[in-house]
Design a binder for this molecule. Structure first.
Ligand code: SAM
Length: 926
């Protein structure tokens, strides 16, 4: 191969711990997070997308030998880049211009002074294009799904057109001194949203009467709590009975509220009670997975009966309670005839059309007769949503007048590339339409009441539409859970924080057919059959199409979101399971073959793979989706050069000992494999693994990676060896499968990690061997004696070293619990790497990083701290093999906090770290 492209940082090392920590922290950040613009499924964390793009574009120092000739210099430069990345991924730094400028400079340095353009052809909720834009790169996004297209337009295409402008809504510009970035745009969205709300209230406010409490005071209603009903199948008592999952409304201590239902004169009557004596366990609610029962006489009601009644259109509703805004918290009130009556409005004639998909896995309501999109809303909800949707066009008209009045030129429409008054009005309308679309998620008869949080539960708690029995209708005009202005505010806050940097382009295209030019590609394709994006999106799309028909006419041109080209292994669409599998694999391979043919050669491709629940229970080497992805990429002519596990769970969950047990997704870096790549044999493949893995592992351990992630990250360099060949021949002449290659990689990894052992001091070598065999349990002293001799130490020395105990013919390693107390390493007679590692891990678990940091300055006068870290890795690996979760967590805890601990230790250290001494003990002492 001539002119091999330079290795990028992502192909060598990443500060994974910091990235993972930020990615998981991001999940709890809501205000101003771009994801609050609109719901989408399987969003990647921004921290991960940002880090991946940076590391994909920046050279690894080893590929610039003229600047960094020695390993030490390369390590130091890599550490510098890691430090920058660690800053870059912090949410609070997202719009830190100084930091972003530094990142851009690094990217330029590695790309001939240019900032490359980036494409995500499966852009979804837009995390990758948004982060590309933040890094100053020209961002190209496309997706088949029009909802995704609209979200991407709203995130990256519209905002750069209107930066640093004051709002145009009359009177709004004067409320502040200056308007920078997207503040004006965000303010206008809020203002027009509020204006629109006012108009809607004038038109339909009567449908939302206030409620009067027994003391005569009036309160705005937050929600009406309804039960679906069926006629009891008891022929002797065929009354209409409610189907209720839970009677509870509020569970706050001292403020409990629940619904008491009783039959009076052949009717069920509902009273809200305020005490803690409400029903629990099986007595709570009337319907469960196995069926229901009738209030009053307890007649069992089968789900089949309920389904049949539902499908025959015989399901009814009862108002069970009203939730209102109180001075201090929610008020829960018994229903009144007036409140029930207010809901009984006519169904509007122009509701969105369309049937729910035939996909019983994700859509449960058709079973019960709710078969169209409009069926998922009550009449009152339909009135509110059609009214608000119609107002979107009025907002556009008004915003256009105001924009012109503010002095903007008319210009072209947004769809025609405009960036002036017409386009501005289209943009405002698009954002308020998102407000309406967001509201549908809180204004459907699939929303229920969350009695612990006392809020409305949205439709898409999961990526599916369940059947909900007791549902709530929210009040769009309240100021509480599920109101319209609240939705607009989320949209507006998201706009305030988008990067709005270089111009971006967003198109609706099938990834299999689009143009890839010379673009750098980073993408997160669909994961086999995990999520039915198009089916789910139609819930929102039918409304967006209604409100944006004249505004985003290209994006919403189809009746429903396109289905057939969607790359999802959907058995209901593609002729059963095997048809779906064939469809997915051939589609996936076609896309990546196409990308390979024309993609940028200087920069690797990055691809995300997210595990679904089932996968995470598998071990890393046996998951179908994962193999399909690796196979697909390799078959499409790619060499996989790195695999990075990304975690978004806050806590390390060591539920199984599988290597992937913790990663919620994996990012792969890939390079086009030369068409003339040679074939090889199994034997040569194994030899290459043995030759290359130790160095790759050294670099990984050197970087900040948690032990739990090492095995998964090490697949990268291993699969890189495998995928560099056109094929690897087994002894019988057949081609080695990815699955077998992964098994070989794992066992080589095992050997390589084990080999580190020989570099440790004798006491540590002994302890590792003993731990591997016996853990912390007692064994015969005779065995200990033999093992000690073969490790060049002795029982006496080990005892003096404070790590071992031999008594009455029995011996054992001292468990971490014995070593967690006060310790002054500097004054200790004999210190081994083992003692330091186990003590520090124990202290870490008991007292945390601060305490460990206090100990480090004295520890480093006795042992090499890098050796401690390496032993931490090794012991994690051993514990995992033994399926000892407790120990695995212990050692993972120490090593994954290593970077922080060292940082803190510098505060305590009187001597700089570089002055650390080598191993300090008497090898021949006996
Ligand atoms: C995993 S999601 C992307 C999520 C995104 N990275 C984010 O953070 O929000 C995959 C996307 O691929 C899209 N998709 C599926 N088939 C497609 C096709 N043939 N062409 C283009 N996009 C497609 C889906 O609509 C979905 O938005």
């Amino acid at each position: 191969m001539t002119n091999a492209p330079k290795k990028k940082l992502i192909e060598v090392s990443l500060p994974l711990e910091a990235i993972n920590a930020e990615a998981s922290r991001e999940k709890s950040i809501r205000h101003g997070h771009p994801s609050t613009l609109h719901l989408y499924w399987a969003r990647r964390p921004l921290a991960a997308a940002r880090a991946v793009l940076f590391a994909q574009l920046v050279d690894d120092p080893s590929s610039r030998p003229e600047e960094f000739p020695t390993i030490e210099e390369q390590d130091a430069e890599r550490a510098r880049l890691h430090a920058l990345l660690e800053q870059l991924v912090v949410w609070e730094n997202s719009n830190d211009e100084r930091l972003l400028r530094q990142a851009r400079d690094e990217i330029r340095k590695s790309n001939n002074g240019e900032l490359p353009a980036v494409l995500d052809p499966f852009a979804g909720g837009g995390a990758i294009p948004l982060e590309a834009q933040r890094l100053g790169l020209e961002a190209h996004a496309s997706d088949l799904n029009p909802l995704a297209v609209l979200i991407n337009k709203a995130l990256i295409e519209i905002p750069p057109k209107f930066v640093d402008r004051p709002p145009v809504f009359p009177g709004a510009a004067e409320t502040r001194n200056g308007w920078s970035r997207t503040e004006g745009l965000a303010e206008d969205v809020r203002q027009y949203g509020d204006w629109m709300r006012g108009l809607a209230q004038e038109r339909i406010g009567r449908l939302y009467p206030k409620v009067t409490t027994p003391d005569g005071s009036e309160h705005t209603v937050i929600a009406w709590v309804w039960a679906r009903t069926v006629k009891s199948p008891n022929p002797a008592n065929p009354i209409e009975v409610p189907l209720v999952r839970s009677w509870w409304l509020g569970k706050k201590k001292g403020k409990e509220a629940w619904i008491d239902a009783r039959v009076v004169d052949g009717e069920v009557r509902y009273t809200v009670r305020h005490d803690a004596d409400g029903p629990s366990g099986d007595e709570d609610g009337t319907v469960g997975r196995k069926g229901a029962y009738a209030v009053g006489d307890g007649t069992p009601i089968s789900l089949n009966y309920i389904r049949a009644e539902g499908r025959a259109g015989r399901m009814g509703t009862h108002l069970m309670a009203v939730v209102a805004e109180g001075e201090r918290g929610r008020l829960y009130l018994s229903p009144t005839a007036l409140q029930a009556e207010a809901a009984r409005t006519e169904r509007p004639s122009d509701v969105p059309e369309g049937d729910l998909p035939k996909n019983p896995r994700d859509f449960k309501t058709p079973n019960y007769g709710l078969t169209t999109w409009a069926d998922l809303f009550t009449n009152r909800q339909l009135v509110a949503l059609t009214t608000l949707s119609d107002l979107v066009a009025e907002v556009r008209e008004r915003a256009l007048d105001d924009a012109l009045a503010s002095g903007m030129e008319p210009g072209a429409r947004l769809e025609d590339g405009g960036a002036s008054a017409q386009a501005y009005a289209d943009s405002i309308a698009t954002y308020v339409a998102f407000g309406v679309s967001r509201l549908t998620d809180y204004s459907s008869n699939i929303c229920s009441w969350h009695s612990t949080r006392e809020t409305i539960r949205n439709v898409f708690g999961r990526q599916a539409i369940p059947m909900v029995w007791d549902y709530v209708e929210s009040n769009p005009f309240s100021t509480s859970s599920g109101n319209f202005l609240g939705q607009v505010n989320w949209v507006s806050k998201a706009i305030e924080r988008v990067p709005a940097a270089p111009p971006a382009s967003v198109t609706q295209s099938d990834a299999a057919g689009r143009n890839y030019g010379e673009l750098v590609v980073s993408t997160d394709p669909p994961y086999y059959d995990n999520i039915g994006y198009s089916d789910l999106s139609d819930f929102f799309y039918v409304w967006l199409r209604r409100s944006l028909g004249g505004i985003q006419s290209k994006a919403v041109s189809t009746m429903q979101t396109p289905k057939f080209e969607e790359l999802v292994a959907n058995p209901y669409r593609h002729d059963g399971k095997s048809g779906a599998e064939r469809y997915f694999i051939s589609g996936f391979n076609a896309v990546f073959t196409r990308v390979r043919a024309v993609a940028n050669r200087d920069v690797p491709l990055t691809v995300y793979y997210a595990y679904k629940q089932q996968d995470t229970r598998d071990s890393g080497t046996s998951s179908t989706g994962w193999h399909t992805l690796l196979d697909g990429l390799i078959d499409s002519g790619w060499e996989v050069t790195a695999t990075w596990p990304m975690r978004t769970e806050g806590k390390v969950r060591l539920i199984s000992s599988g290597t992937n047990a913790l990663a919620s997704s994996i990012v792969l870096a890939c390079r086009p494999r030369p068409t003339d790549a040679p074939a090889t044999t199994r034997r040569a493949f194994v030899a290459a693994l043995k030759a290359e893995l130790p160095e790759a592992l050294r670099t990984l351990i050197q970087g900040s990676i948690a032990p739990v992630d090492l095995a998964q990250a090490a697949i990268g360099p291993g699969i890189a060896v495998f995928s560099r060949y056109s094929r690897v021949r087994e002894a019988d002449g057949s081609d080695m499968s990815v699955k077998d290659a992964l098994l070989l990689i794992n066992s080589t990894l095992d050997e390589v990690i084990g080999e580190q052992e020989s570099d440790f001091d004798p006491d540590t070598r002994f302890a590792v061997k003993w731990y591997r065999q016996y853990g912390w349990v007692q064994e015969s002293s005779g065995i200990a004696d033999q093992l000690a001799r073969s490790s060049d130490t002795s029982i006496g020395a080990l005892e003096r070293g404070g790590i071992f105990e031999a008594k009455g013919g029995k011996a054992r390693l001292l468990a971490p619990g014995h070593l967690e107390g006060a310790w002054d390493a500097a004054a200790d007679e004999r210190v081994s790497v083992w003692e330091a590692t186990v003590r520090l891990a124990a202290v870490m678990a008991k007292d945390g990083a601060d305490k460990v940091a206090e100990l480090l300055p004295s520890v480093q006068t006795r042992v090499n701290l890098d050796a401690v870290k390496e032993l931490g890795f090794l012991l994690f690996h051993e514990a995992e093999k033994k399926k000892d979760t407790k120990d695995a967590i212990l050692f993972n805890g120490l090593v994954s906090a290593w970077g922080d601990v060292n940082e803190q230790a510098r505060k305590y250290a009187s001597t700089p770290r570089s002055s650390q001494q080598a191993f300090d003990f008497d090898e021949d002492e006996d």
